[in-house]
Ligand binder design. Structure first.
Ligand code: ADP
Ligand code: MG
Ligand code: ZN
Length: 473
């Protein structure tokens, strides 16, 4: 029997706010344990939560970016359970009236395009973190009360690869939209992965297993591959699958059972009495709407259309908002936007990475890039020299024209000046010359390279090629 895998994801994302969800404590990763705490996020008796408005805005903004509906009214609920990292003994979340629902994410996968439906994206709070030592455990409440968005898909995903691509697309959208930094290393994105199998072609869903709290996308992919094989094996062996919660063991690369449905929590949800329902006004929604960005996939396509960029370059620029903005700030004035994109990606981005510089700190004005390309275009400098000029521009912020003049880098297109260099190259490499005359046309490139070297890169390569050819005939 052929089995198909069905997957739905619940992705938790920490929102990018200055303060926590219900109090003024800093939403900051890496502070000393319990440095960012107060009576509210420690769950002391008698305190009242006050909703963080930016978190409400970011939630609704996420709704817009994921094509969700934003209901007129949302409310908060208490999800009750006991765990040491959650001092109130309940988590404030949104149960039956979430802030956003019924959207979709479109992304590229398997050489094509896929759409996954979003059931809801609701706002809740993160919990603290337990640390276990030899003889005792400790709890750090810095994370308790950090605003957390839970983005729930419909069971629309059909392979581990597709899940991986979805997660990366989602991350790009959230990052570029300013919703979250999505720093995986800092645990800002965590997934619960729901997975079932069913006979290929069946329409009914199989019994699902939930793998809790995955914190890397590659881990999710591995866990899914493992779990699919495990479930198929159980069914093929005549066994039954239990609806259960499992845990991924990253070292052993297996999932193991944590609890079955019978042991599932009953959270006894009830409306949070300390918070008013949330009913955004049109004006408020309008302000949030104004923050909607062009989605990375849409931007990629537009860059391809508008500037004739190859898919890979368009994807690179669309995937890096700052780099894309740099490019688009000058691309309309570029004679050949494709070549400009090439320079932005292969030179500017590379130097930024090498020197750990942010694009905001670039010393030259963006238009200097166009001046540089113009110098190449008009034959004032060679492409190779342009690399050198760029490096200098990057280091000093100096204008390309000045650098060329200051360093004497103007391309030599004067036949009289190049003549002796060509002669020297020919005289020094009789074997190559013989090869060329014997029909190995590629030998000319070697001689050309020699002349370029003799000219310290300044010779006009096309002219040198022509001259060498003429001389060797
Ligand atoms: P629960 O009440 O157990 O949390 P939900 O219906 O809220 O279940 O769904 C939680 C997640 O599980 C969603 O992302 C949903 O798409 C996914 N899901 C539900 N049923 C299945 C299934 N049979 N196989 C795979 N994923 C599923
Ligand atoms: Mg669940
Ligand atoms: Zn606090």
């Amino acid at each position: 029997m052929e089995y198909e895998v069905v997957i739905g994801l619940e992705t938790h994302v920490q929102l990018r706010t200055r303060s926590k969800m219900w109090c003024g404590c800093a939403n900051e990763f890496g502070a000393p344990p319990n440095a960012n705490v107060c009576p509210v996020c420690l769950g002391l008796p008698g305190v009242l939560p006050v909703a963080n408005e930016e978190a409400l805005r970011l939630t609704v903004l996420t709704g817009f970016l994921l094509h969700c509906a934003v209901p007129e009214l949302a409310k908060f609920d208490r999800k009750n359970y006991f765990y040491p990292d959650m001092p109130k003994n309940y988590q404030i979340t949104q149960y039956d009236r979430p802030s956003t629902a019924n959207g979709w994410v479109e992304f590229e996968t398997g050489g094509g395009r896929a759409r996954v439906r979003i059931a809801r994206a609701h706002l809740e709070e993160d919990v603290g973190k337990n640390f276990h030592y030899d003889r005792y455990s400790g709890v750090d409440f810095n994370r308790a009360g950090v605003p957390l968005l839970e983005i729930v898909t419909e069971p629309d995903l059909r392979s581990a690869e597709m899940v991986y691509d979805y997660l990366n697309a989602l991350k790009d959208i959230l990052r570029q939209g300013g919703i979250s930094d999505c720093d995986m290393e800092k645990g800002m994105v965590r997934c619960d992965v729901n997975v079932s199998i069913r006979p290929a072609g069946a329409s009914e869903l199989g019994r699902k297993v939930e793998i809790k709290n995955m914190n890397s996308f590659s881990g999710v992919r591995k866990a899914l591959e493992y779990e699919y094989a495990r479930q198929v094996e159980v069914l093929c062996g005549g066994g039954q699958l239990a609806q259960e919660t499992r845990r991924w063991d990253d070292a052993a690369e297996i999932t193991e059972s944590m609890r079955t449905k019978e042991q599932a929590h009953d959270y006894r949800y009830f409306p949070e009495p300390d918070l008013m329902p949330f009913a955004p006004t049109d004006a408020w929604l309008g302000e949030v709407q104004a923050r909607v960005i062009e989605l990375p996939l849409a931007r990629k396509e537009r860059l391809m259309r508008q500037y004739g960029l190859p898919a890979a370059d368009a994807e690179t620029l669309a995937g890096d908002a700052a780099l894309g903005a740099f490019f688009e700030g000058i691309a309309p004035r570029a004679k050949q936007p494709r070549i400009l994109a090439n320079w932005v990606i292969n030179n500017l981005r590379a130097r930024l990475a090498e020197t750990s510089t942010s694009i905001q700190a670039v010393k030259f004005p963006p238009a200097a890039m166009l001046e540089l390309l113009e110098l190449v275009d008009t034959g004032r400098i060679s492409g190779r020299i342009a690399q050198e000029v760029f490096a200098e521009m990057f280091a000093t912020g100096d204008a390309p024209e000045h650098i060329v003049a200051r360093k004497g880098l103007v391309q030599v297109s004067d036949a009289a000046a190049l003549e002796p260099l060509c002669d020297a190259a020919i005289a020094a490499h009789p074997r190559t010359v013989a090869d060329y005359r014997a029909g190995k046309t590629a030998a000319l490139n070697f001689l050309k390279g020699q002349v370029m070297k003799l000219s310290h890169g300044k010779a006009n390569p096309n002219l040198v090629g022509e001259m060498l050819q003429r001389k060797l005939q």
